[in-house]
Design a protein around this ligand. Sequence first.
Ligand code: ADP
Ligand code: MG
Length: 216
Amino acid sequence: MGHVNSNDTISLAQLVEWLHQFSTLVNQNKGYLTNLDSAIGDADHGSNMSRGMTAVLDQLPTDGPADAMFKKVGMTLVSSVGGASGPLYGTFFMKLAPALGSNDDITATSLATALRAGLDGVVSRGKAEPGDKTMVDAMAPAVEAIDKSLADGESMAEAARAGAEAARGGREATTEMVARKGRASYLGERSKGHQDPGATSTAYLFEALAASLDGV
Ligand code: ADP
Ligand code: MG
């Protein structure tokens, strides 16, 4: 069980661990992500994310500060991933930086604020609304659940678990949606019945966060 509570701070090492866990999940599920994208896109989401996260870990400055680290993560994704997901995930990570700041210790509140800013960045860059069958359909419920959990007085570890669960729920809900953004939107009604690849990788992002805040 988690032992990060709302009075505790989150360490840079835990955030580095988050990136490692995300990379591991992306790599373990690379073929699956690409299969999902072959149904409603161009069959490259797994390879895009795998290439991006490999570059991120290769170039990761692990000695902090957190804001510089996440700026670098975002820029690496933008420059190493050709697809729509590169700039979108890149924006997400870059937008974490201001709220995390350059302090060694990060509070639950500042992490939640950072995640909210990341989501807002993805929405303003990609212009997807909830229900458009994109990564936003997993990311928005996750951020919402984290905020609610912290507002209810739960620990950051609990909040992150709630976020992961909400992201998984959002991912599942994309199956019945008709895509209105990205390549899948070219299929119109025929995109229905297929789970969105980007929402699937975003569920891994929040599962990775929960795992990194749980066990360290
Ligand atoms: P590409 O579509 O360029 O091949 P990827 O296959 O790597 O890029 O990523 C596809 C995913 O990106 C989609 O499944 C969707 O979740 C996400 N996506 C595409 N366009 C948008 C957008 N405008 N806003 C948010 N997410 C988007
Ligand atoms: Mg694709």
